[in-house]
Ligand binder design. Sequence first.
Ligand code: SAM
Length: 285
Amino acid sequence: MTNLTGWTVEALHGDYAQALREDELLYDSQTDHQRLRVFHNARFGRVLTLDGVVQVTEGDNFIYHEMLTHVPLFAHGAARRVLIVGGGDGGMAREALRHPLDEVVMVEIDAGVVEFSKTYLPGISDGAFDDPRLNLVIADGADFMRDTDGGFDVIIVDSTDPVGPGEVLFTDHFYGHAKRALAPGGILVTQNGVPFMQGDELAGTMRAFRTLFADATCYLATVPTYTGGPMAFGWGSDGDARRTDPATVAARVTASGLSFGYYTAEVHHAAFALPGYVARLVAEG
Ligand code: SAM
């Protein structure tokens, strides 16, 4: 048993915790919205926590960001406009902007997260904030979604968990407005936590998606710092992009000339294969 002095203990689930050793504390402050900390960990590099919950690490963020961008974008195949809700660290914009898009609108509630990430986690955004195609809006994503004219080919909800400011991004209301904001054939993807630990989170989103979308499901990826099994990403669309055949997805990936740390055309399709406990949450949760 290790003495946990000098460790960050994330007890998101009440009866279970993960601990990361803080090799160096780099930042600790309270914004108007949340408590923001950054420390260095030997395995994961710089780690950002909001209200004590790990949001992003230098070491494993590529998995999360690649899977929430490249799966919908390669499935769609012709996206021009993308909306990111949340995403203050800039990692989602970084990955989305690798595609030949006209515009990425990013709506983040907390300017503090953006400013701070530019300074303390520059490798996460990797220049995305300077890309002229990025339109950064500081606002509540739920308000933005209610008022937008829409026309987005892909909407990515890169939110915190459904507590505090992130809670509104898990409501039926918000999802209904998001559906309206999609262009024909558009795709909505959402971060839905780790189903083994937070089944209710995925079940709630899937309940809403089933009533809203012709194609409502989720897909999976294993992100080491989101512990407890694979994490789930909600998928809602009235188009058939999910059924784009594997050869077409593979051809699009090759034509893009991009290479990735986690995402491949094979992983793209495999990620939609759901274990029984997850499939039940999707179908009946
Ligand atoms: N990857 C993390 C995870 O899985 O827990 C989450 C990423 S973090 C970039 C989520 C961002 O959502 C934070 O910057 C937070 O400020 C933002 N956020 C939370 N609630 C929001 C809201 N209502 N509207 C817009 N952004 C919000």
